[in-house]
Design a binder for this molecule. Structure first.
Ligand code: BDR
Ligand code: CA
Length: 315
């Protein structure tokens, strides 16, 4: 099994990522933590608890940072609505399990005490992860990989230069990318790849054929997300499932390819939050630190997704 901790801000695509993680046979979820980002941390926590209850998974959800390290919050309500899910109330809307506290402490404990190295998957701004690295630097000894959705080698989605998760807390992202004990353990899932893994009408039609509440939830969420993506970004032939790519990479890395290169985060005004990637590996004075995932086998991705939805039907 792959032992994972997931730090997230659900979020339409975060929900899909959580569903994949919760239903993959070889995924052992050690715990979840939530962070500000798509919505407030309170809403993100509520949404994560609802998803876990819907999936009948008894996993603790630890609430984390309510704001970025050094800046005011920049919530993505224009993309994810006020509650993080375009105001769709996930069922159950009153999850029985309460939120657990202290995301950073809990994440550190779970990782450092785990008998085998852990894959940390981050699908929101990197505030909790940065706080953990700053507070407990030795935690990296038991991190096998940090797989994070964020960044782009080209244009961004929140500004022309920056992707949302990196822009929402650029200082946290910079701290993470520049942590020397994570060199070679960082796996970035950028827009370059997530904009090619689109949930299109053929996948949506397949979802309609499933009568389970889980398939219905995915369909409802992604139908609204598709409409938003069409209006805001002009996506006509499907909608990205960004964070789902991160969890799929963590669990089935063989269906994607990456390149190790130097990357950091810009803190300069117009390029704030941009992932600056030495894509041609020309700047040899800077050591390669991040595996940047650039391609996915899209057919294999949707085949896996379909198998997972079949499995979720049985819940
Ligand atoms: C990322 O930003 C959020 O809106 C999504 O959940 C994803 O993590 C995409 O840029
Ligand atoms: Ca997210």
């Amino acid at each position: 099994p792959v032992d994972v901790w997931i730090d997230c801000d659900p979020g339409h695509d975060d929900v899909v990522a959580l569903m994949i993680a919760a239903s993959a046979d070889h995924c052992n979820i050690l715990g979840l933590s939530t962070v500000h980002g798509n919505t407030t941390v309170e809403n993100a926590t509520h949404n994560a608890l609802s998803v876990m209850e819907l999936l009948k998974k008894n996993v603790d959800v630890h609430s984390g940072a309510a704001k970025p390290l050094m800046r005011p919050s920049k919530l993505a309500t224009h993309i994810h609505g006020v509650n993080g899910l375009a105001d769709i109330a996930l069922l159950p809307d009153q999850p029985k399990k309460r939120a657990a506290p202290d995301a950073v402490v809990a994440m550190h404990q779970a990782i450092s005490q785990n008998p085998v190295p852990v894959t940390l998957v981050a699908t929101g701004p990197l505030t909790n992860v940065a706080l953990m690295l700053a507070t407990y630097p030795k935690v990296t000894e038991n991190i096998e990989r940090l797989v994070f959705m964020g960044g782009s080698t080209g244009i961004g989605n929140i500004t022309s230069q920056a992707e949302f998760n990196m822009f929402a807390d650029p200082e946290a992202a910079k701290l993470v990318l520049e942590t020397s004990s994570l060199v070679g353990k960082l796996y970035m899932i950028p827009l370059d790849v997530t904009h090619n893994v689109l949930m299109d009408s053929s996948i949506m039609t397949k979802l309609q054929q499933h009568a389970s509440p889980i398939a219905e939830t995915i369909l409802e969420l992604m139908t609204v997300f598709q409409a938003t993506y069409e209006t805001v970004y002009g996506f006509k032939n499907g909608v990205p499932v960004h964070d789902a790519c991160a969890i799929v990479y963590a669990l089935w890395p063989e269906i994607m390819t990456s390149r190790l290169m130097h990357a950091t985060i810009s803190l300069d005004h117009l390029t704030l939050g941009r992932t600056v990637c030495d894509i041609w590996s020309q700047q040899t004075q800077f050591f390669p630190n991040v595996h940047i995932v650039l391609n996915a086998d899209v057919a294999a991705f949707w085949k896996l997704f379909t198998l997972i939805v079949d499995k979720l039907d049985a819940l």
